[in-house]
Design a protein around this ligand. Structure first.
Ligand code: ADE
Length: 313
């Protein structure tokens, strides 16, 4: 066995991991299911040239306070070599429902499920964004911006609560320290906030957290679009802006729609006319997340509190 265990990561021991099925193939890394300790886990494999992304993601998972019900649970990291190349592995919990995007493609959701998904997703994002002081058991947790927030990076657990995944572009903000040499235009163009599309962001912590909140608004819209709490037939799942820019927009298409025309995903009247008052309130929440003015956007904690309030409506 040519695998070796990293001393800095949680011990994987010498137990073998057997890859089973490829479940996702992203721009960065391919995800497999695997058997480890008789349980099914997910293994994300990065190639040699993407080692930095593996290091970044591992660094995020190993921050204090990152064990949270709405953050994907990290199991370990490994470097493996085969004859052809060195591979960098991240082992996490596996969730058979897959991503929120995937789930919405195949299923409609009830109002109660929509609330549960959105509330738990906002809770995970709030936890990521939050700075926490050291406690008896754990160290200081800096604020973290995700920088690639989207429905394929939100996984659904068995009970349909959400957990946030994919931290390979995430940024850590240590108190009093600049965030270093970063590039603003990373992540997925479809989910870029207007200031990212314009290349006009300031590199402060709050600027990055507000960019995540814009994307969160789009994900709330995606989830709501498949909720049975709307008048009339439920349309097929569509990506945000699919109607406006299609499947493979270039940068100019996105700039034209989001910056110049200030378009946002359409909220049909049938959502606000729902017999449930909560649906209209959720529509307002998503609009306040994707506000053109970054400073006007809601924070993750505010989104979470609002959703908790309409769940009681
Ligand atoms: N897709 C990417 N990561 C996953 C995971 N941990 N569980 C299920 N599907 C995934």
């Amino acid at each position: 066995d040519s695998s070796n265990c990293l001393s800095s990561s949680p011990l994987m021991g010498n137990r073998s991991i057997q890859l089973m099925e490829r479940i996702a193939c992203g721009r960065f890394g391919t995800v497999y299911t695997a058997k480890y300790n008789k349980t099914t886990v997910a293994v994300k494999i990065f190639s040699t040239q993407d080692k930095q992304l593996w290091l970044t993601e591992q660094g995020i998972f190993m921050l204090a306070h990152m064990q949270h019900e709405n953050i994907l649970h990290f199991i370990g990291a490994e470097v493996r070599g085969n004859e052809l190349e060195t591979q960098f592995w991240l082992i996490t919990e596996y969730h058979s429902h897959g991503s929120l995007c995937n789930y919405l493609k195949g299923n409609t959701i009830t109002w109660a499920q929509l609330c549960k998904i959105c509330h738990s997703m906002a809770k995970g994002l709030m936890h990521l964004h939050e700075e926490l002081p050291p406690t008896k058991g754990e160290g200081y947790k800096p604020a973290v911006a995700h920088r690639d927030f989207k429905s394929t990076n939100v996984l659904l657990k068995e009970d349909l609560t959400a957990c946030i995944a994919d931290f390979n572009l995430a940024l850590i903000f240590l108190r009093g320290k600049p965030c270093g040499d970063v590039h603003g235009q990373v992540g997925t163009r479809r989910y870029w906030a207007p200031e990212v599309l314009e290349g006009a962001i300031n590199f402060s912590r709050d600027a990055f957290l507000r960019i995540d909140m814009y994307a969160c608004g789009l994900v709330l819209w995606e989830a709501a679009s498949r909720c049975t709490q709307q008048m009339g037939p439920i349309p097929e799942y569509r990506l945000p802006f699919e109607e406006e820019v299609g499947q493979l927009p270039c940068l100019e298409d996105m700039q034209e729609a989001v910056v110049h025309r200030r378009q946002r995903p359409t909220i049909p009247d049938s959502w606000r006319d729902s017999t449930h008052k909560g649906m209209a309130a959720l529509c307002e929440t998503m609009e306040e997340c994707w506000d053109h003015d970054a400073e006007a956007r809601l924070s993750a904690s505010c989104v979470m509190e609002r959703i908790a309030a309409y769940t009681k409506l």
